[in-house]
Design a protein around this ligand. Structure first.
Ligand code: ZN
Length: 216
């Protein structure tokens, strides 16, 4: 008697789409990307138009970078990340206004971005301008007010510190202050931080070497 074939098992319900990186995994990917860039092993020379094809359905960037508009600080190159990887908001002095905040909330809430990096850089002209205002060596140009004024608290805090390099300290404090403010700027960001699905960190790109140092 033929053995009855067993009925094929009912297929498992389709697994959900693979989850993106955790905040710590995304941070590790950025650090690895910057290391590759510093070693001269970046792969962006191979980025091509075909890379856009799998991204036509949407994007899930691994990090949102709040960076300076400075032409020497492009996040994609410094972190060795191609299309679809970094959601960038760049304003001279890497501060965040209401539109910048809305962009960050969009990335976290709707693109499931697990990491926000506020990245200043040494030799920042916007921070230097804020220092010049604080030191009284330059009048505040009304046209530049929106760029400079948000940086002034970091410069004042640097001046009160015992840092040996006031300019570098102001850059670090500016990045840290912006990160600190972002953590409490919107309920959805605060909720994601609380749930452990988001990290907000500050970093400084070294102008000369291209190294990105993450601040503790
Ligand atoms: Zn700058």
């Amino acid at each position: 008697m033929a053995v009855l074939e067993r009925e094929a098992p009912t297929p498992e319900p389709e697994a959900p789409a693979p989850a993106g990186p955790t905040p710590d995994q995304a941070l590790a990917e950025l650090k690895a990307g910057n290391d590759a860039f510093l070693r001269g092993e970046n792969n962006l020379g191979y980025v091509k138009v075909d890379d856009l094809e799998p991204l036509q359905g949407g994007q899930n960037p691994i990090a949102t970078i709040v960076g300076c508009a400075d032409s020497r600080t492009p996040p994609t190159i410094l972190f060795n990340q191609g299309f679809g990887r970094l959601f960038s908001i760049r304003v001279a002095g890497n501060t965040v206004d209401r539109r910048g905040l809305a962009s960050i909330v969009y990335a976290v809430k709707h693109l499931n971005c697990p990491l926000v990096v506020v990245m200043g850089h040494t030799g920042c002209g916007a921070v230097a301008a804020a220092e010049a205002i604080v030191d009284g060596v330059m009048p505040l140009d009304p046209s530049l007010e929106e760029m400079i004024v948000p940086i002034i608290p970091a410069v004042l805090e640097a001046r009160r510190s015992d840092a040996t390099d006031m300019a570098v300290r102001a850059v670090e404090l500016n990045a840290q202050r912006v990160a600190d403010k972002l953590r409490v700027a919107d309920a959805s960001l605060a909720d994601a931080l609380e749930a452990g699905t988001l990290k907000v960190v500050a970093a400084v790109k070294q102008m000369h070497s291209g190294e990105v140092k993450f601040l503790g």
